[in-house]
Design a protein around this ligand. Structure first.
Ligand SMILES: Cc1cc2nc3c(=O)[nH]c(=O)nc-3n(C[C@H](O)[C@H](O)[C@H](O)COP(=O)(O)O)c2cc1C
Length: 398
């Protein structure tokens, strides 16, 4: 596999914008409504400053850590994202190979385009993200499938309650496919030859092989499964029931409140992900990083705290770990890498994040992840506020 390097995640984002048809690019990039939360997620990291000491640099810091009982090479996980095949034909399988090479886990969505067993063959630290499509019966199907495929962790996404139509998503994605639909999509795609070739290479059918089957026993397409995930969102009772069905590590994803974190810990989950679904479901929810210190105070040490949303640099991983996260998940950055260069592009993004994290830790004099704590941060009063966004900063980040 050829090597692909990026100067920054931002560079991969720019390449993705050129390579992908607008509807696909906006599907990846878009947040809900005015995208205030999407912006706040990224901005929150830029508000956390470091407090470096002189004469204390650490050579070759050890980035490894233990998450949900397994050692991984750095505190990073590929976030579950649906409809990945529409970005590049390498899809989740390419991301699984790249994450395996980087020594980190991959979480696959219920809306993954590959059978889970093919992903676990590529990366034995595969996590299965569960949507309650079809209620408990559907969930039981997915849990059995994840177990049989050898997925190590079950991640239950609990923050989607309504259809997340976004302003940017006025144009539909290419779906499984009548030829008529494919032709309707062509005007967006004819001048994106690499993307078109990649789509054709992967086949026009958009499968959801891990979703529960339809009533007649046949497989759902991605387009059929998507809307169903909001029909039966999980309740607290469902979460407790899922806990009883799955004996491996279980994570609840989508937590933004201390009381929800405490309640999740009470039902016996092993971890939570502080997440606002990449700002895709409710604009106006707070940035995830701003919720981390309070939640870490309440449940840190009892369960593993993960965080996702807005991580764009290795230094951001250091910031999150210093504030109490065990690891972070990245969604868009890996999808931009995938769009730019398939598996090689994802590998390039993971390398970039690794180098950035190592360089930051060296500069802070931290030899290991265990040394990351409040001491490496500069206390800034009020830095959690997001509503004093400066225009300059905004244009720099967008
Ligand atoms: C294109 C896209 C699709 C996503 N699909 C899912 C999904 O199927 N299940 C899920 O739990 N989260 C999904 N997410 C949310 C991610 O798991 C994660 O919370 C989010 O991407 C983190 O923010 P970031 O993109 O800023 O890294 C999706 C995010 C994106 C960008």
């Amino acid at each position: 596999m050829r090597k692909m390097s990026f100067g920054s995640v931002e560079e991969a984002r720019r390449i993705a914008r050129r390579r992908l048809p607008p509807a696909v690019y906006h599907y990846v990039e878009g947040g809900k409504d005015a995208e205030i939360t999407a912006f706040a997620n990224e901005l929150a990291f830029s508000r956390v400053f470091f407090s470096p000491r002189i004469c204390s640099s650490s050579n070759r810091p050890d980035l490894s850590t233990t998450v949900l009982g397994r050692q991984i090479r750095m505190p990073l996980v590929i976030a579950p994202t649906g409809f990945v095949r529409v970005v590049h034909s390498d899809g989740e399988l390419g991301a699984a190979r790249a994450s395996k090479a980087a020594g980190i886990p991959i979480a696959i969505s219920t809306l993954c385009g590959e059978p889970a067993a093919r992903i676990t063959e590529a990366n034995d630290d595969t996590w299965f993200q569960l949507y309650m499509i079809g209620g408990r019966r559907g969930a039981q199907h997915c849990i059995d499938l994840a177990r049989a495929a050898g997925c190590r962790v079950l991640v239950v996404t609990a923050d989607v309650a309504g259809l997340a139509q976004q302003d940017r998503m006025a144009r539909p994605l290419p779906s499984r496919v009548s030829l008529k639909e494919a032709f309707a999509f062509l005007p967006q795609a004819w001048d994106r030859p690499r993307w078109l070739l990649s789509l054709l290479r992967g086949g026009l059918e958009m499968r959801a092989p891990n979703a529960p089957p339809k009533e007649d026993g046949s497989e759902m397409s991605l387009m059929e499964a998507g809307p169903l995930l909001v029909a039966t969102p999980p309740s607290w009772d469902d979460l407790a029931w899922i806990r009883r069905q799955w004996d491996g590590p279980m994570v609840v994803k989508g937590i933004l409140r201390v009381d929800d974190a405490l309640r999740a810990a009470e039902i016996g989950v092993d971890g939570i992900s502080i997440s606002n679904h990449g700002a895709k479901v409710l604009d106006g929810s707070p940035s995830t990083l701003s919720m981390l210190p309070g939640i870490a105070d309440a449940v840190g040490g009892r369960i593993d705290i993960l965080l996702d949303g807005g991580v764009r640099r290795g230094a951001d991983i250091v910031r999150a770990c210093a504030l109490g996260a065990k690891a972070v998940l990245v969604g868009r950055p890996y999808l931009w890498g995938l769009a730019a260069g398939g598996e090689a592009g994802v590998a390039g993004i993971l390398r970039l994040l690794r180098h950035g994290m190592a360089a930051t830790m060296s500069q802070l004099g931290c030899a290991s992840v265990a040394e990351l704590g409040p001491d490496v941060l500069h206390p800034l009063p009020d830095f959690w506020r997001w509503n004093d966004v400066g225009v300059d900063l905004q244009s720099r980040l967008k």
